[in-house]
Design a protein around this ligand. Sequence first.
Ligand SMILES: O=c1ccn([C@@H]2O[C@H](COP(=O)(O)O)[C@@H](O)[C@H]2O)c(=O)[nH]1
Length: 277
Amino acid sequence: MNREQLFEQIKKKRSFLCVGLDSDILKIPAHLKETSDPIFAFNKEIIDATQDLCVAYKPNLAFYESLGVSGWESLEKTVHYIREKYPEQFIIADAKRGDIGNTSNLYARAFFDRMDFDAVTVAPYMGEDSVKPFMTYLDKWVILLALTSNKGAFDFQFIKNDENGEQLFETVLKTSQQWGTGDNMMYVVGATKAEKLEEIRTIVPDHFLLVPGVGAQGGSLQEVAKYGMNEQCGLLVNSSRGIIYASNDTDFAEKARAAAMEVQVDMEELLLEAELL
Ligand SMILES: O=c1ccn([C@@H]2O[C@H](COP(=O)(O)O)[C@@H](O)[C@H]2O)c(=O)[nH]1
């Protein structure tokens, strides 16, 4: 999916919500555990219940890899299901990969050829040759970690360069623009650091940002929109636990829909305020 198609979906759905499929075998409703593939059964119901309220899904790989072979099967079935039934959805592999070029090539092949993801999250620490192999696929995206939502972000990401006073996350944003464009690269910026979005937008005014950290981590959607929205919206705001675990009973899909709708209604208002609808 390209940038224009993504913006079209945002306008059509009146939403820039990304539903995080952090589907934990220990948290899904008990009645699903009797099915042959509990994680896929859970995802399928969540997807059917939320697809008209969101523009993207983001399975986090840890939740699937931790289950071994059966987890990979659930993941492949989930991606295939979305592709077949809701082809307008943008699908993100939250995998945080990146390695020497030779190996990154194979990661890219896994996520873009073997599985038909639209985007994969990549850690910038190993530099250009670790990131570029993900950019050789038409209409596929790298989502580079820039300023993350967790407490540990303060360990490295704010370290100042003695020579130019630049903080590490700013260097990531500036340097990586030589590797790709706003048509194949997005950045992760945590909603818990929304106040930094104003500064980030001076460096990357046009790029889409994937913003996790609203909902369970307490980030504010309003602040994210205030400082981060651009003329194409430029935001995919993720919520995982706040939506998919709204209930752990037989009504989980219905409750997930209600939670997603609450976010979508707020997003619609923000898109209207920004005169994008
Ligand atoms: O900086 C980051 C990068 C990634 N994540 C991931 O997003 C979701 C957030 O889940 P919630 O349940 O909505 O808190 C999860 O998959 C994280 O691994 C992030 O939170 N922050």
